[in-house]
Each structure stands twice: as C-alpha cells, then as structure tokens.
Design a protein around this ligand. Structure first.
Ligand code: F6P
Length: 363
C-alpha cells in the first residue's frame, strides 16, 4: 500500500494543525498508511520515534489549536547531504516514499532538493549496505507535495498562505489596543511587524487598522521618506488626530539598501518633530494563538488537496505546491513558485510587477 508522511517545517503558523489533520484524514480515507514526523526535517533525519504511524483519532481536537502539534525545526542536519542520506534511509525503512511538507519557501525548496537527490542517496545507501537493493528498487523515487505554511504570505502565485490571516488579525487587534493609549497621551507609536522580506502584513494592517504611515520592503522608502512621514503626522495632528501610528515591516530597507528599524523611525520623530514616540515590536505574538476561521477552513482544504496530490503522484512527477489562487485551491510547480518568490525584490525594483506576480502553470 501507499505510505505517506507529513511534517511541518520552518516558522510555525496558525492553521498548520488544520492542514496536518486534513492530510492525515484524507490519506486514511484513501487507504494509505499515514505517518507524522515530529520536529520538522529533523524527525526524518533522526528516525526512531520521530516518525510515527497515526490513525484518525490522533489528529482529533487540533483544528482550533495554534502552532503545530508535531513540532517544527530549522534543521541544520537536513541541509547537509549526510543528514539527507540518513533521512532517506529512515523513510525507506518505514516503506515511505511520499512526503508532504508544510512550511515556508526554504522548507519547500529543501523538499525539492531531497526529491532530486533521492535516487543517488538510495544508491549510496545500497552501496554502504544500509539498504537492500529490493528496498531501493521499491521506493526508487520520492513523491509528495508542498503546502505553504507561513504567516508572511510570501509565495508568488499564491493569494494567501497558512497563518497570514490569523497574523493579520493579531496585528489589527494590537493596533486597536495601541490606539487608545496613544490617543490618551497624544502619542505616536512605531509598530514593527513581521513578514521577513514581504510587506503583506504591514500593508494590509495599515489598510485594515489604525495607521498614518507605513514602510514596506516592496517599495523601498525613497530619499524623501522622512519628510513625507513627518508631514503626514503633522497634518494629522493639525487636523485634531490624537493618536498616530507608523507601521514598519521588519524587512524594510531604504533606497541605499540600509535597514530601517522601528527605533530608527523613533529617532527621526524625536529629532524632526520633538516627539517622544514609543516603539512596540509585536514579535511572535503575531504567530501565536488559535487560527482564524479562514485559516482553519483554508488550511483544511489545502491539506486535503496536498494528500490527493501526493497519493496521486507517479514516480518521476515534479513536485506541486498546493495553494489558494483566485479563490480556488490548486497546484503550481513547486520549483517555479519558489524561484519566482526569490526573484520578487529585483522584479519590483525594476518596476516589472507583472513579472513578479505572474507565474507559469495555473490552478
Ligand atoms: O517566516 C515567519 C517569521 O515569523 C518571519 O515573519 C520572521 O522574520 C521569522 O519567522 C522569525 O523567525 P524566528 O521564529 O526564528 O524568530
């Protein structure tokens, strides 16, 4: 029978549990044997209890829980060939040759590299006597699928990623909370939000929440950003606004490529406007807590589709990444999606937004 393993990797995101649950239950319904891997790729590198067979009830009551119950890890061992060789051996020893990875773009490209190397790794394992020829022949190719789990919403081609909606809710709630204390003191708050190289969370929080000025990496603030920000804040004060909020995406750089931090903005406000602004770095609160309703159902849908893709795959098939696009769940070629994601900053800088947002393959 077909044996499938699922793991979560990279930063956790609200909704990962819903995706894991859907993978497990869909695969069981399709008569596959299902395994959950703990602590991301490290679980397959270490083997043993890190790879455990699961049934329907093992994923009960997790849909609404934040984080990932199977743990996640940024595995150094898996980045080394030797680690990947151990991982291949451990999977084949369990008879597993289908793998679903829920994680960010780094975790997904790791899956693709693993798939590419798989035949060579197995050949080495046969040579060293760690696997029999029959085992290697029976599992000659690695199949599977990726699902983007990251609050950053940074996969080109996907409209959203697991956790982004919940994180946005956290940020907007925090902005609502900060605005009352800010208004009481007629203060400015500089709020740093996550997103790595992507300004999605900052920009959408700026639109959905209280915000006077936002700095995001996709449109690097030009030489006039300080003047423009100060003018905007002054205009608000003159109009009678008691609270001011500046949002800073953590990945923002100025036109010269120098990072702009929330504390830099605080310094500018002191110097230019004499304001005693406060800095709030929202940090991991954004990744915490239970998933929003959207993240629960969307992740369920993505996990279901990933299980269908992984179980329907034939040896030698390219890996798909399962994602939501134009309101539908579908599949994109994983390698292309990751490559396009990494090209984005350059594409946007040259103004070629079309290139950054279009992707070969369709849903
Ligand atoms: O990719 C998700 C993310 O939360 C980013 O927004 C942030 O830059 C990073 O992970 C933080 O990583 P860590 O949890 O290792 O501090």
């Amino acid at each position: 029978g077909r044996r499938l393993a699922v793991l979560t990797s990279g930063g956790d995101a609200q909704g990962m549990n819903a995706a894991v649950r859907a993978v497990v239950r869909t695969a069981l319904a399709l008569d596959a044997e299902v395994y959950m891997v703990t602590e991301g790729y490290q679980g397959i590198v270490d083997g043993g209890d890190g790879i455990c067979r699961v049934g329907w009830d093992d994923v009960g009551s997790i849909l609404h829980r934040g984080g990932t119950i199977i743990g996640t890890f940024r595995s150094r061992d898996f980045r080394e060939r030797q680690g990947r060789r151990r991982a291949a051996r451990n999977l084949v020893e369990h008879g597993i040759d289908r793998l679903i990875v829920i994680g960010g773009d780094g975790s997904l490209s790791g899956l693709d590299a693993f798939r590419e190397e798989w035949p060579d790794l197995l050949a080495e394992l046969v040579e060293s006597g760690d696997l029999s020829k029959e085992q290697a022949q029976e599992h000659s190719m690695l199949m599977g699928a990726g699902v983007v789990g990251s609050i950053d919403n940074d996969l080109v081609g996907a409209d959203t990623t697991i956790g982004a909606d919940s994180a946005l809710h956290r940020i907007v709630d925090a902005l609502d909370d900060l605005s009352s204390t800010a208004a009481s003191h007629q203060r400015t708050f500089v709020v740093e939000v996550m997103g790595r190289h992507c300004g999605y969370l900052a920009l959408n929080a700026a639109v959905a929440g209280v915000c006077d000025y936002v700095l995001i990496p996709e449109t690097p603030p030009g030489p006039q950003w300080v003047d423009r920000m100060c003018a905007e804040l002054t205009r608000g004060r003159n109009a009678g606004r008691r609270e001011s909020i500046v949002l800073v995406a953590e990945g923002v750089h100025d036109a010269q490529g120098e990072p702009i931090t929330a504390h830099d903005v605080q310094g500018v406000l002191k110097e230019r406007l004499g304001e005693d602004a406060r800095v709030t770095i929202l940090g991991h609160v954004q990744r915490g807590g239970s998933p929003s309703a959207f993240d629960r159902w969307m992740s369920t849908w993505l996990g279901h589709e990933a299980a269908l893709a992984a179980l329907g795959a034939e040896p030698g098939d390219q890996l798909p990444v399962v994602c939501e696009r134009n309101g539908r769940v579908g599949r994109l070629p994983l390698v292309d999606a990751v490559r396009a994601t990494r090209e984005v900053p350059e594409a946007i800088e040259v103004g070629d937004v079309e290139k950054a947002t279009s992707l070969r393959g369709d849903t």
